[in-house]
Design a protein around this ligand. Structure first.
Ligand code: COA
Length: 532
């Protein structure tokens, strides 16, 4: 047992400055989250309530076990695009009848709950999480199908939504649809492809085409109720398995379906004794300096997220700019890789590779805490084999089969982002702190590279180099890259599963580890060829 000590002094000027910067970033984040919570805005929310209907988050709250947490995913989807923040849907993991379920709820206050390109991306991500972690899926359906003006980006990729649902079912992962309102065209196939379907008297309207389109297509006169009402589907078509009288009744029936799944988690049980960290998680506010060039010790973060602040460090004297070691978090064993001083050298890469192999031998999930500017560059490091050692680490991360969780604390640049299990390496979950930044390199460096290349090209052509234009270009590019490196921008593009308050890290990672334990956790000893 090795209890981590701390050198953080909450009364110091450095701590105060870091905490102040983080608090300001959290306030900005909250303002953006509020946009997602507001759905389609006051007018549409009022109209929806006046129709006697619940909002998606109200439905989710009724569905979940009382006082149980909800880990919302991708709340900032579509941030910075022409579409409303949130992607007209709410997704997340919540506990229903003691079972962790992946919940997807359309937001009918946003353009009739229709699916735009970001709704799809957010839904696909939710489906991936359900499939990889073996979580039953509950869809709370009320959607007018495709967002018609953007059909060119929705129609063809949208087929994956149908495919995902049927593949989840084939994998033995239950899919449940509670239909609260209109469920047109693409929306109609959600109950069509789900294992269990609940519809609500006079509310659910499920059809491939509504009355106007039917009239146009075949000349047939019809109305919503006869064409796709709950009664018709429960009595005649057989698409509805259960007939609810109102929204709370549908939710009650949905909970009953989950109760009857006889769901068993396949992963290991957590250790029965869970001790809180010895150091105050509140202090996570003041650990990452506002200037990411200033290094910080990730052990200060580990000390505030793992059980009892107990961390057995692996190879502490070797490759010291990467901290590796073993801990428990909410009773679940975890191996941690955390960047210490930004740059990854050959030693760090070799240490990471060995550590990942050991975690696979021990069937232990891995947690990556990012603060890296990438692999070391320069002649000496090239000669010492930086490329082959970095590749070795990336090979290990790519082929490791234990679940990975990534948290971007600070910098996550270049191939270092890859080696630390960035988005393209399919971590089961990836969250960012508001202090995080991720890009191919820093804005100033990127602008500088373009400038050097431009200067060399001008010289080669024998032309004069326009210094003023170069300076303006560098400033513009630096600003652009800086803005594109920020967590809200990246979260908007679904490059993470959400931006979290650092103080929630232990809870979020604990919920992820518990969700992960729904599926078997099995390491591998089969990696690609390591270039030694
Ligand atoms: N694509 C894009 N926007 C749509 C849309 C769609 N499929 N369906 C609705 N909207 C928009 C509406 O134009 C309206 O925008 P506005 O408020 O700026 O005018 C907003 O969403 C709300 O629609 P509204 O009809 O007022 O809401 P409602 O709650 O009364 O009804 C629907 C919602 C979905 C039942 C109804 O709009 C509808 O039937 N839409 C067409 C569904 C369809 O045929 N889809 C086929 C997809 S392949």
């Amino acid at each position: 047992m090795s209890i981590l000590q701390t050198t953080v002094d909450p009364s110091s000027a450095e701590y105060a400055a870091a905490a102040e910067a983080m608090t300001a970033q959290l306030a900005e984040l909250e303002a953006e989250h509020a946009k997602a919570l507001a759905g389609g805005g006051e007018k549409y929310v009022r109209r929806h309530h006046e129709r006697g209907k619940l909002l998606p988050r109200e439905r989710i709250e009724l569905l979940l076990d009382p006082d149980s947490p909800f880990l919302e995913l991708s709340p900032l989807a579509a941030w910075g695009t022409e579409f409303p923040v949130g992607g007209s849907t709410v997704t997340g993991i919540g506990v229903v009848e003691g079972v962790e379920c992946l919940i997807v709820a359309n937001d009918p206050t946003v353009r009739g709950g229709t699916s735009n390109p970001w709704t799809l991306r957010k839904g696909f991500r939710a489906n991936d999480i359900a499939m990889q972690n073996r979580l039953p899926v509950i869809s709370l359906v009320e959607s007018g199908g495709a967002d018609l003006p953007t059909q060119k980006e929705v129609f063809i990729p949208g087929g994956r939504m149908f495919r995902d649902l049927t593949q989840l079912s084939a994998a033995g992962i239950p899919t449940i649809a509670l239909v609260f309102g209109n469920s047109t065209a693409g929306g109609a196939y959600i109950p069509g492809m789900s294992d269990h379907v609940v519809m609500i008297e006079k509310r659910s309207k499920v059809f491939l085409a509504g009355p106007p389109l039917v009239k146009m297509a075949t000349g047939e006169e019809s109305d919503d109720e006869s064409l796709g009402g709950a009664e018709m589907h429960a009595r005649t078509s057989g698409l509805a398995d259960y007939y609810a009288v109102d929204e709370p009744d549908a939710i009650r029936i949905g909970r009953g379906i989950v109760r009857r799944l006889n769901w068993r988690k396949q992963g290991p049980e957590p250790h029965p004794e869970v001790r809180e960290p010895r150091h105050d998680p509140e202090e996570l506010l003041g650990i990452v300096p506002a200037d990411l060039k200033v290094p910080f010790d990730p052990r200060e973060v580990i000390a505030r997220i793992v059980d009892d602040s107990d961390f057995d460090e692996f190879k502490p004297l070797y490759g010291s700019s990467l901290v590796t070691g073993w801990a428990r978090l909410h009773g679940y064993p975890v191996g941690i890789l955390a960047n210490a001083r930004g740059v990854l050298f050959s030693e760090e890469s070799q240490k990471a590779t060995q550590f990942i192999q050991l975690a696979n031998r021990a069937n232990t999930p891995l947690l990556f805490l990012h603060n890296t500017t990438g692999y070391m560059v320069g002649r000496e490091y090239e000669e010492r084999g930086m490329i082959k050692h970095g590749s070795m680490m990336i090979n290990a991360v790519s082929n490791s089969t234990v679940p990975h969780i990534s948290i971007l604390l600070g910098a996550s640049y270049g191939a270092g982002h890859y080696g630390m299990c960035g988005r393209a390496f399919d971590p089961r979950f990836l969250f960012a702190w508001p202090s995080a930044k991720s890009a191919v390199m820093g804005g100033a460096q990127l602008a500088g590279v373009i400038s050097i290349v431009g200067r060399a090209a001008a010289e080669a052509r024998g032309q004069a180099f326009d210094e003023a234009a170069d300076e303006a270009m560098r400033a513009a590019i630096e600003n652009q890259i800086e803005a594109e490196s920020l967590p809200m921008f990246l979260s908007g593009r679904l490059y993470d599963d959400g931006v979290i308050d650092p103080r929630d890290t232990r809870t979020v990672v604990g919920m992820c580890l518990s969700a992960i334990a729904n599926a078997l956790i099995e390491g591998t000893d089969s990696f690609g060829v390591f270039r030694m």
